[in-house]
Design a protein around this ligand. Structure first.
Ligand SMILES: *Cc1c(COP(=O)(O)O)cnc(C)c1O
Length: 421
């Protein structure tokens, strides 16, 4: 197997053989040759219906012809300028038009940079230090948010190299739990600069907010001078034109974006009211900068991608999502299994647990050995999903009804094999 050989070689030069940890699944990851529409092809001659989609960005599928053509055209004109371009205004206008809380935008290079900068801004605006994040939520790989540990407690670092001095300012609470927020704010609301959350948790599988939870957070943050940050790096441009804030009708103070926004190229952004964004340098005093910020290739790909993302597009994706989730539910019912089918719009995941999943602790009750078996059987059946129970599966426009049907057959096979082991 060429992939096996390459992985062996890669491990000599790249830590763990990969450039981001989740990619190193066992016994070895397949190495990509190319992507085309809903399919990913590997160096061993296999192809897979892809529901990982580079962990979310490829909402139009791989190598969309119009995105590719737009990027090719831009490439001939250069790939970075160090001065502004008109296209940045165009994309900012698109973001402002679609995303309810966005009046001004700063383009950065990744979701990680977006959340780091939005948190800095929230601290500057409120003059307070501590931030609240939800257990199991992922907001990128920087120090402020690499925190796990017990509920309500000041967080301990999740990685060596992250100073406790940093993470003691990050407070953890369970998702979908109003009492823990209320009691936290009672005790130290005067120290809390921001609550940051994924409105739909997409990094512990897929956990939607309980009815009323986002409204509750909006109300209590407004009352207590706490900035509400929606991390929409996944949900932005995936579940509705205006992201989760449109979908659920709750408008935060700041939003972070990434993944889909770059049309398959590296990009992130944060946005919010002018009153806050006006504090960002050089308009204001809160420092943020980047050599590749607003990169013309990423901006071009993002602009071309957004052209395709209208209401009808989201309705079509929603139908595909429903079809997959209902299909999995039927398979489980036929097999008399009571696992949890999670997700909404074009996001889905199957949790190997009989417990309903509303937070991190409940997600952790899943049988990850079963998930691994399921993942492997799907691969054998030419379906690639993220190799972890705690990631989410995504559907693209390029997945046809026939692809969805074939996928459900693979999933049925996957579940049967898993149960017979
Ligand atoms: C992927 C992700 C990030 C980090 O984005 P990168 O571009 O990988 O740095 C932040 N927040 C959420 C919710 C994400 O899913």
């Amino acid at each position: 197997m060429r992939s096996e050989e390459l992985f062996k070689e890669a491990k000599n030069y790249l830590p763990g053989g990969v450039d981001s940890p989740v990619r190193a699944f066992k016994p070895y990851p397949f190495f990509a040759l190319k992507g085309d529409g809903p399919r990913l092809f590997d160096v061993d001659g296999n192809s897979y219906l892809d529901y990982c989609l580079a962990y979310g960005p490829l909402v139009l599928g791989h190598a969309h012809p119009q995105v590719t053509a737009a990027v090719q055209k831009q490439l001939l004109k250069g790939s970075a300028y160090g001065v502004p371009t008109e296209a940045e205004i165009e994309l900012a206008k698109e973001v402002v038009k679609r995303i309810p809380c966005a009046e001004m935008v700063r383009f950065v290079n990744s979701g990680t940079e977006a959340t780091m900068s939005a948190i800095r801004l929230a601290r500057a605006v409120t003059g307070k230090k501590k931030i609240v994040k939800f257990e199991g939520a992922y907001h990128g790989a920087h120090d402020y948010v690499l925190v796990k540990s017990g509920s309500g407690a000041a967080g301990l670092p999740d990685s060596p190299g992250v100073p406790e001095e940093t993470t003691k300012n990050t407070v953890l609470v369970p998702f979908n739990n109003e009492e823990s927020i209320t009691s936290l704010i009672e005790h130290e609301g005067e120290n809390l600069a921001a609550i940051i959350l994924e409105p739909i948790m997409g990094n512990v599988g897929c956990i939607p907010p309980k009815k009323g939870f986002l409204e509750f957070l909006r109300g209590i943050t407004l009352e207590n001078n706490i900035i509400l940050i929606f991390d929409e790096v996944i949900t932005g441009f995936r579940i509705a034109e205006g992201g989760a804030q449109e979908y659920f009708g709750v408008t935060p103070d700041l939003v972070t974006m990434g993944k889909i926004l770059g049309g398959g190229f590296p990009m992130g952004a944060f946005a919010g009211k002018k009153e806050f964004m006006g504090r960002i340098a050089p308009a204001g005093d809160v420092y943020q900068a980047g050599t590749f910020n607003g990169n013309p290739i990423s901006i071009t790909a993002g602009l071309e991608t957004l052209k395709h993302l209208d209401n009808k597009f989201y309705q079509d994706l929603e139908i595909k999502g429903l079809k997959i989730r209902r299909g999995i539910e039927d398979i489980l019912e036929d097999a008399s299994l009571e696992y949890q089918v999670a997700g909404l719009a074009s996001m889905f995941q199957l949790y190997f647990t009989n417990e309903p999943v509303w937070d991190y602790a409940q997600a952790k009750t899943s049988d990850t050995d079963k998930f691994t078996q399921y993942f492997k059987t799907l691969l054998d059946n030419e379906v690639f999903i993220a190799p972890s129970q705690f990631e989410c599966c995504f559907i693209s426009q390029a997945h046809s009804p026939e692809d969805i049907q074939a996928t459900l057959e693979a999933i049925e096979n996957g579940i049967k094999t898993t149960e017979n082991k």
